[in-house]
Ligand binder design. Structure first.
Ligand code: ASP
Length: 305
C-alpha cells in the first residue's frame, strides 16, 4: 500500500507513517539502477536556497535533481537580495512566483521553513536542508539508508551518537528516525553543556564518558562542535577536546569488532575524530555521502510523484 505523501518534508517527526520507509526503499532501488530514473522528473525545476554554507547537502540535492532529469537553480543568500534586507518569506514568495516545483532551503533559524511551507501554493514542495539546531531530515534518511545497507541485523543495533548534541540538527533528526525505525539501543554522549534536549534524550541511554559509551556498540556517529551556534559558550581547546571526547583508534577498540564509524561532515580531524579512524576500514563516511544523492533523489521523486 502506498503511504500518505506529504506536500513538504520539513522534519522527521511530522512525516506521515510509512512515508520515510517508502523513501528509504525507493532510494535503495534508485541506487541499484540510477539510469532507470534519469528522465523521471524531466522538465521540472528545483531551486536550492541556502542561507548557510554547505558542500555535501547543496551539491547532492543538485546532483539528485539532475539525475532525475530536472533543471536546477542555486541561490546563495550572499548573492541575493537578502543582502538588501529582503526577508526570507519575501525571497521565497518571489522565487515561488517563478513556478519552481521544489524549493530546498537551508536557514540558520530553528523552524524557519514552516511559514514558507504554509505560503506555498499547491504543487510547490518545500524541503528542509537544515534549519538551525532543529532538523536535518535528509541527513537522517541517508544515515538510515547507510545503516540498513551495511548492517544485516538492522534495526537490532546499538548506535552511539557523540559530540555536540545540543547544537546539532543531525542529532535531533537522526535520533527521531532511529527511534521510529525501531533501533534497539540508542546511546548518546556529550561533553558537559553540549547535551541534547529532553525530547531527544527520551528513551535513550545517556553516557557522560565516551569510553563507557563505546563499549560494545555496533555503530558510532561522531558530530563536530557547532562553533557557529555556540553563542559565546566556552569549550575546551581542540587538543583537550580530542583527548577527552575524540574518537581515536584506541577508543574504537572498545566497540564491537566491526563497528561502523559515521560522520555527517564536515569533519574536524584531530578534534572529534582522529584521521586514521576517519580514513580507516570501519569508516563509512564517504558511503554516507554517496547515499545522500540517492536519498535526495528519492525524496524529490516521492514528493513530486
Ligand atoms: N552538515 C551537517 C549539517 O549541516 C552537520 C554539520 O554541519 O555539522 O548540520
Amino acid at each position: 500500500m502506498r503511504p500518505e505523501v506529504p506536500d513538504h518534508l520539513l522534519d522527521i517527526e511530522s512525516a506521515p507513517p510509512g512515508f520515510l520507509e517508502h523513501v528509504l526503499d525507493l532510494a535503495a532501488r534508485m541506487r541499484e539502477n540510477p539510469a532507470n530514473w534519469s528522465r523521471a522528473q524531466e522538465g521540472r525545476l528545483l531551486v536550492n536556497l541556502f542561507y548557510e554554507p554547505s558542500t555535501r547537502t547543496r551539491v547532492s540535492f543538485e546532483i539528485a535533481a539532475l539525475r532525475l532529469g530536472m533543471r536546477v537553480v542555486n541561490i546563495a543568500a550572499s548573492d541575493s537580495s537578502v543582502k538588501k534586507g529582503e526577508t526570507l518569506l519575501d525571497t521565497f514568495r518571489t522565487l515561488a512566483a517563478m513556478a519552481p516545483d521544489v524549493v530546498v532551503v537551508r536557514h540558520p533559524e530553528d523552524g524557519a521553513l514552516a511559514p514558507l511551507a504554509a505560503a506555498a501554493a499547491p504543487g510547490l514542495h518545500v524541503v528542509n536542508a537544515g534549519d538551525g539546531s532543529r532538523s536535518h531530515p535528509t541527513q537522517a534518511l541517508l544515515d538510515a539508508l547507510t545503516l540498513r545497507t551495511r548492517c544485516p541485523g538492522f534495526p537490532a543495533l546499538k548506535v552511539l551518537v557523540a559530540g555536540d548534541l545540543r547544537h546539532s540538527r543531525v542529532t535531533r533528526s537522526g535520533v527521531a528516525l532511529l527511534k521510529r525505525l525501531g533501533v534497539s539501543e540508542i546511546r548518546l554522549c556529550a561533553p558537559p553543556g553540549l547535551e541534547a534536549g529532553p525530547r531527544v534524550s527520551e528513551g535513550v541511554r545517556y553516557f557522560e564518558d565516551l569510553d563507557s559509551a563505546l563499549e560494545g556498540v555496533d555503530v558510532v556517529m561522531m558530530l563536530r562542535i557547532q562553533h557557529e551556534r555556540l553563542a559565546g559558550m566556552a569549550i575546551p581547546d581542540s587538543e583537550t577536546y580530542h583527548r577527552r571526547w575524540g574518537l581515536t583508534r584506541e577508543r574504537l577498540g572498545r566497540a564491537a569488532p566491526d563497528c561502523l564509524v559515521m560522520h555527517p561532515g564536515p569533519m574536524n580531524r584531530g578534534v572529534e575524530i582522529a584521521s586514521d579512524v576517519a580514513d580507516g576500514p570501519q569508516s563509512v563516511i564517504l558511503e554516507q555521502v554517496a547515499n545522500g544523492v540517492f536519498t535526495r533523489m528519492a525524496v524529490i521523486q516521492a514528493l513530486l510523484d
